[in-house]
Every structure is written in structure tokens, then in C-alpha cells.
Write a protein of this length. Structure first.
Length: 368
């Protein structure tokens, strides 16, 4: 049997398995149980937040053969549920608007809509990245949404709803998906690893959860890559995760920021070159330093360490961070961030990657 990637293997098959989108699940499941299905939905939100998964769950629930009146969960056992789970249903049509964005494709869709569904009660059209439709195609889609057949349901998914024409938005029930919290992603990763029987270090999983930027799909893809590296009998450790993700050792960043706090210009520039010799690109190191100092600034405003990425670190690093943070004021950190962000922008236009970073170090260490 061929390998199934984790984000597909552990994609929610029922509404109860969906994490982090409770407000959307509640509304949609109420509509299903009360048989008040809308003809068009608009799912907005960042990549990996579950828009397509929710669309498929909706398609499955409204077409489930075993679902009784007043219920909303699909059974995942009837032929309709199985076909949708396996991507074999002829009545579930998924369109990628990024590559099918023209008027001709929407005209084909308009012809397809006219035909009764082959097997399912509802013919469901999922249009991903709907904001990428051309103006002509969007207007043609609008005409379809104004007078759709009773047996059709449309789900439009987009990461940029502001680029869609207002008249299409007005024809749909809009739901805004949010980025998931690191703690929610962490719980999902732990469930997956327990199911797979793989050993792990909690700090390593926290690092993956934070690195995934609120997208569970990103976290599952990273986890898949790490499992492939260590094998079924290996153990996921923080050091390995840092190496695979290309994240510099936190001790390197702490030492560098400490040199900035002491205004040791020469030593800081020499240290940057040492980091470069170790194989870490200056622009990558700069990005991590910016992220680190941003966390320090937030820590100044909200002293709850558990709300920050620092919470994934060892007790030793937490202690060092708290001590280092005392050496800066809020104004110091704001000034340093502004200088470093400016340097980051300049790295795109220079042939010497470390030069903008070096100039930033000089400016930061200058006396006010």
C-alpha cells in the first residue's frame, strides 16, 4: 500500500474532529441538522486553516445515506461517504481557480451545473482560490450563483476575500477561518504521533507547532518530513527539528543579542561572521534575530512567558532570556527592531548579504 502523507491520513472525517473553528462548525452543523442548507458558501482564511476540509465535510454530511433527521455527522460508512473520502465521487467537483481562472472554464461549469447529479442528492462544487478568477469569469460565476439549480451547492474558498467582487460575496454565506493556536496544533501532533507509535520530545513538537504559523497542514507536513528522516523507531528531538527546519541554536541568538546590549560593535560583527562560517546564511540569521527581539518586546508588554515561542525552550534558556530582557527598555527594543527590519529589506538589493546586517549592528551599538 502506497504511503499516505499525514495531512491526508489525519484529515478530519467528522465535524467533531475539526480543531480551532468552533464558530463555523456550530453554524454549519445547525444548518445541516435543520435542513437549512445554503446554496453558496464563502470560506475565507489563511492557507492550511481547514477551508477545503470543511467544504468536503459539508458535501459528505448533506449527501450521507445514513444520516437521520436532526443529525449532522456523516457516517463515513455508506457508499456516498466512502466515495467522497476517496475522492472518487463524480458529483463532488473541485476546481482550482488559480489554474482554471478564465471565462471558458466558467462557461464549462455553467453547462455542468445544468445536469442533475449522477448519484448524490446534492451536486457540490468547490472552487479553491476563488479570488484568482478573472473579472469576466467572476461575473459569469455571479450569474450562476444568482439562479442555481436546487440540487447544487457551491463552496468558494479564498485566502484573499478583499480581491473578490462584492456581488459574489453578497450571494454567499461567509465564514472566516482563523489561524490555529500553537497549543491546538500541538494537541493534534501529539494525537498523530501516539497513533503512529513514534516517540517524541514535547519541546520538539512545540517548536514545530510554533514554526507552522497557525496552519495545521504545515505542521503535519513538517512532521512527515521528520518521521521520514528518523524512521519508525527513532525519536523526535528538539535538536533534530532545529536542524531540519534550519533554525539557528537559540544560544547563538542569545549570545549575539547580549553583545548588542553591551554595544560591542566589533565583537558583534565578528560573531556574525562566525555564524556565517558555521553555514547559517546572514539573512536567515537576521530573520531569526528579528523574531527573537520581537518576542522580547512582547515579553516586556506581557510578562506571561507561556504565550510566547520562548515557552518551547528549556528552563536554562528561559532563565537567560528573562535576564537578557532586563538589559533593554521597550524603547530600546523598538529602535533595534526598526533598524533590523530596514536591514532585512536591504538584503534583497545587495550582493553582500551580511553588509546591511553589519551596518545595522553599527547603528544599534552607536551611543544615542
Amino acid at each position: 500500500m502506497s504511503h499516505i502523507v499525514l495531512y491526508r491520513k489525519y484529515r478530519p472525517k467528522t465535524f467533531s474532529e475539526v480543531i480551532g473553528q468552533e464558530h463555523i462548525v456550530k453554524t454549519i452543523t445547525n444548518e445541516i441538522s435543520e435542513n437549512k442548507i445554503a446554496h453558496a458558501y464563502l470560506f475565507c482564511g489563511p492557507k492550511g486553516s481547514g477551508k477545503t476540509t470543511m467544504a468536503r465535510l459539508l458535501a459528505k454530511a448533506i449527501n450521507c445515506e445514513n444520516r437521520k433527521k436532526g443529525e449532522y455527522e456523516p457516517c463515513n460508512r455508506c457508499s456516498n461517504c466512502i466515495e467522497i473520502n476517496e475522492g472518487k465521487s463524480l458529483d463532488l467537483i473541485e476546481i482550482d481557480a488559480a489554474s482554471n481562472r478564465g471565462i471558458d472554464e466558467i462557461r464549462d461549469l455553467k453547462e455542468n451545473v445544468k445536469f442533475q447529479s449522477v448519484k448524490l442528492k446534492y451536486k457540490v462544487f468547490i472552487i479553491d482560490e476563488a479570488h484568482q478568477l478573472t473579472k469576466e469569469a467572476a461575473n459569469a460565476l455571479l450569474k450562476i450563483l444568482e439562479e442555481p439549480p436546487a440540487f447544487t451547492v457551491f463552496v468558494l474558498a479564498t485566502t484573499e476575500p478583499q480581491k473578490m467582487i462584492p456581488t459574489i460575496i453578497s450571494r454567499c454565506q461567509r465564514f472566516d477561518f482563523r489561524r490555529l493556536k500553537a497549543s491546538e496544533i500541538l494537541n493534534k501532533l501529539e494525537r498523530i504521533l501516539k497513533e503512529e507509535g513514534i516517540k517524541y520530545n514535547l519541546e520538539a513538537l512545540k517548536l514545530i507547532a510554533n514554526f507552522s504559523t497557525g496552519a495545521v497542514r504545515n505542521a503535519e507536513s513538517i512532521l512527515d518530513q521528520i518521521i521520514s528522516f528518523i524512521g519508525k523507531d527513532g525519536q523526535i528531538k528538539r535538536e533534530l527539528v532545529e536542524k531540519i527546519l534550519g533554525i539557528p541554536d537559540t544560544f547563538l541568538i542569545i549570545k549575539f543579542v547580549n553583545l548588542l546590549s553591551q554595544k560591542k560593535t566589533k565583537e558583534a560583527i565578528e560573531y556574525l561572521n562566525e555564524v556565517y562560517i558555521k553555514g547559517i546564511e546572514p539573512d536567515d540569521f537576521l530573520q531569526n534575530v528579528i523574531d527573537f527581539i520581537r518576542e522580547m518586546l512582547i515579553l516586556k508588554i506581557d510578562a506571561n512567558l507561556e504565550n510566547l515561542k520562548f515557552s518551547t525552550q528549556s528552563d536554562e534558556i528561559k532563565k537567560l532570556v528573562l535576564e537578557l530582557n532586563q538589559k533593554f527598555s521597550v524603547e530600546d527594543l523598538k529602535r533595534i527592531l526598526q533598524i533590523l527590519i530596514s536591514a532585512e529589506l536591504k538584503t534583497k538589493y545587495t550582493s553582500i548579504l551580511q553588509l546591511p546586517f553589519e551596518l545595522a549592528i553599527i547603528e544599534i551599538c552607536e551611543e544615542k
